[in-house]
Ligand binder design. Structure first.
Ligand SMILES: [Zn+2]
Length: 333
């Protein structure tokens, strides 16, 4: 198929020409520090000169801003808006609640770059309702009772919702980012495999929760509560906006564990994953004395998952997708 490309006026060629958008690195000094940013440029297909295209400058300002915030670990405007949304609090009261000046958040929303110190506070508030409550209490006398109560209640609800460990939340968030559609059943099984894979590769569990041997396979009860409303549907809910971005705090090794599981086990349906877990020793051990459809809350101890996956890793090599895929096939067929 022929691609006509994009056309605009080239000042070097003095006519309309096709151009191609390309990435280019630029160096920029900000506050005595040297940064390399990539920007987007339009290159004339005929003469190879850079062309000025409308909208490109705005786009590059945006791109550089985002990259600078990433480099310096500075909270984004989206995150600040998210903060207001999840705690049901306006700009001024949020500012005051966090111990900032009344108009600080307003200035950040219009583009002013937050300091690192304030970024840390906002990021922490975003990922921890408990921290938000602490801040609300510290600055209670600066807020109207209505604003305080509304934010306090929102934080309490979130806290209940997020009763699982931080690590678990980060892993779930990362799984959501990697897989388009995840049902609660599928997520439960993936978490179990992630725990096993973590033992196999890193010799330790990924998170501190123990799962239980329910009728349909291993279940992390806290996670079950979190997503129970979705039943057999893919998980998708604005309440979980708080999870977005938190996967940043997974280490390289931890991400690798999740990547490997998502790229292998993640290709199967929840039902198939359930079948796999039912064939594995940790499940069988925990279900001893229970007939197939008898409910049970017996824990599947993480040590048991660990021992099994360490053993299978020796046999299959779980550090590569190939090894895991072979393991899955052997179990299923
Ligand atoms: Zn040209």
């Amino acid at each position: 198929m022929e691609n006509k490309g994009r056309v605009d006026f080239c000042t070097a060629c003095r006519k309309e020409t096709n151009f191609t958008l390309q990435k280019r690195n630029i160096n920029k000094r900000i506050k005595d520090k040297e940064y390399t940013f990539y920007i987007t440029v339009a290159i004339c297909d005929e003469c190879g000169e850079e062309m000025s295209i409308s909208g490109l400058i705005d786009r590059n300002i945006q791109e550089v801003d985002t990259q600078y915030r990433d480099y310096e670990n500075i909270v984004s405007i989206d995150d600040i808006e998210r903060l207001m949304k999840i705690y049901k609090i306006g700009k001024a009261p949020l500012s005051l609640a966090l111990g900032f000046g009344e108009v600080t958040i307003t200035r950040y929303l219009s583009g002013q770059i937050p300091s690192k110190e304030y970024s840390v506070i906002m990021k922490k508030a975003l990922s921890s309702p408990a921290f938000m409550k602490q801040k609300l209490n510290e600055n209670k006398d600066k807020l109207s009772p209505a604003a305080y109560n509304k934010a306090w209640n929102a934080a309490t609800q979130l806290e209940m919702l997020f009763s699982v460990s931080n690590k678990m939340l980060r892993v779930i968030s990362y799984v959501f980012e990697k897989l388009e559609e995840v049902t609660p059943l599928m997520l439960q099984k993936l978490l179990y495999f992630i725990q096993g894979e973590s033992y196999a590769l890193n010799g330790k569990p990924m998170f501190s929760e123990n799962c239980q041997a329910w009728v349909h396979g291993p279940v992390y009860p806290e996670v079950y509560d979190l997503f129970r409303d979705f039943k057999y549907n893919p998980i998708d809910d604005a309440r979980f906006a708080i999870l977005e971005g938190t996967e940043d705090e997974l280490s390289h090794e931890e991400r690798m564990v999740v990547d490997l599981v998502v790229n292998t086990f993640g290709e199967y349906s929840g039902k198939m994953l359930e079948r796999i877990t039912h064939e594995e020793e940790p499940w069988k051990l925990a279900r001893k004395g229970y007939a197939d459809y008898i409910p049970s809350n017996e824990p599947i101890l993480m040590e048991s998952i660990g021992a099994y996956y360490v053993k299978k890793n020796v046999e299959y090599d779980f550090s590569a997708e190939k090894g895991i895929k072979k393991y899955i096939k052997d179990i299923l067929y």
